[in-house]
Design a protein around this ligand. Structure first.
Ligand code: MRU
Length: 361
């Protein structure tokens, strides 16, 4: 679905949860039915849906559907919650780095737990579904806010580098890093973007190039190993990327290769910005050393587009994320404003009123 906020990664059709199959873009736009719980887990693990905020929103809808199914089995409240805890655990294990997954699950589980104190399992499931809808709306709004705050940091003209895909497909709305780029472009600034292809899954080539092209934002695709040369020769003004998890000191996990880009940007004195919603902060960890790094199948490295690109039997290592130390981050653009060092202080202030939003009205 193409909207004025970009392409949303999911939609509900009645009781069916449909995900844009991001594995097929830009070649074809098809939906994957993630209504059944096993299909939901597969969809997240196999990256039918990907990008930290979109994973969190999808998990919220998926868990609300699971709650409706469990409620229809007409089990008692205790049995219902035990079944939901088991499902939450399975879902949470599908992708370990993006904290938004846990955030979305915890929020829905919180709604169920509070509702069950005075309501039936069916009513609790229905409130969970309302909250999933609210989470989606909040993300659309928060993407916009990130775009507006971020736009203030973008000069005119501006040459931007980005990595992976942090657009509306990844963030449910305007986008985080791409939201900043979109806001600057639609504010009339002369923006051009260098897009890392983002091996091994090529989210930059497949998805970011797709979103920028749809919006007619000038974009140039580059290989991941070109960033040093590009910083040296192309007068890059800033780097803007998304995040999968941000620790309380600002250390940030994002797609593998982000750290390389941050080091190169730092060497060339190019501002390096992270753009992320509040749901990407992990208030339980002091620094990036506690962030679990997902390791994916080596087949993603030894093959490209289904073709083996190395010797038969070659071994490969496939960490899906890296952690950029906060000392390399110029600012973190959030939906609650632009955070600057010292991050322990600015992040604590931004998170201060975080938990008020989960109350059932
Ligand atoms: O493995 P992916 O494609 O889910 O990784 C996505 C990223 O690393 C994004 O940059 C991040 O989730 C931010 S999306 C707004």
């Amino acid at each position: 679905m193409q909207t004025d906020i970009g392409i949303l990664p999911l939609k509900m059709e009645g009781q069916r949860l449909l995900l844009v199959d991001q594995r097929l873009l830009p070649g074809s736009l098809e939906y994957f039915d993630a209504t059944a719980f096993d299909d939901l887990c597969f969809g997240i693990k196999a990256m039918v849906v990907r990008g930290a905020p979109s994973i969190g929103v999808t998990a919220a809808f998926g868990l609300a559907l699971e709650a409706a199914r469990q409620a229809n089995l007409s089990v008692g409240a205790a049995e219902f919650m035990a079944a939901m805890q088991r499902s939450a655990k399975v879902l949470n294990a599908t992708r370990p780095t993006a904290v938004n997954l846990r955030w979305g699950i915890e929020r829905i589980m919180g709604v169920l737990e509070r509702a069950l104190k005075e309501r039936s399992t069916q009513e609790a499931a229905s409130l969970a579904f309302d909250d999933a809808q609210r989470i989606l709306e909040e993300h659309i709004e928060s993407n916009r806010a990130i775009g507006e705050y971020g736009n203030k940091l973008i000069p005119d003209p501006c040459r931007i580098m980005t990595h992976c895909n942090a657009g509306s497909l990844a963030a449910c709305g305007w986008g985080t890093a791409l939201g900043v780029i979109r806001s600057a472009h639609f504010a009339g600034k002369a923006i051009s973007v260098f897009v890392d292809e983002t091996r091994p899954r090529n989210q930059g080539a497949n998805l970011t190039m797709y979103e920028l092209t749809e919006d007619k934002i000038p974009a140039t695709l580059v290989c991941d190993n070109m960033s040093g040369h590009i910083m040296l020769t192309k007068n890059i003004d800033c780097v803007v990327v998304g995040a999968d998890r941000i620790a309380l000191n600002g250390d940030t996990a994002n797609k593998i290769g982000t750290y390389n880009l941050a080091v190169v940007a730092n060497y060339h004195k190019v501002p390096f910005y992270i753009a992320a919603p509040i749901s990407t902060f992990d208030a339980t960890i002091a620094d990036g050393s506690h962030i679990p790094i997902e390791e994916r199948d080596e087949i993603e490295v030894v093959q490209q587009a289904g073709q083996t690109i190395t010797v038969p039997g070659a071994r490969a290592y496939n960490p899906a994320f890296d952690v950029t130390p906060s000392s390399l981050i110029t600012a973190i653009i959030t939906d609650r404003g632009v955070l600057r060092p010292p991050y322990t202080k600015s992040i604590a202030a931004a998170l201060a009123d975080n938990f008020a939003m989960t109350e059932i009205k």
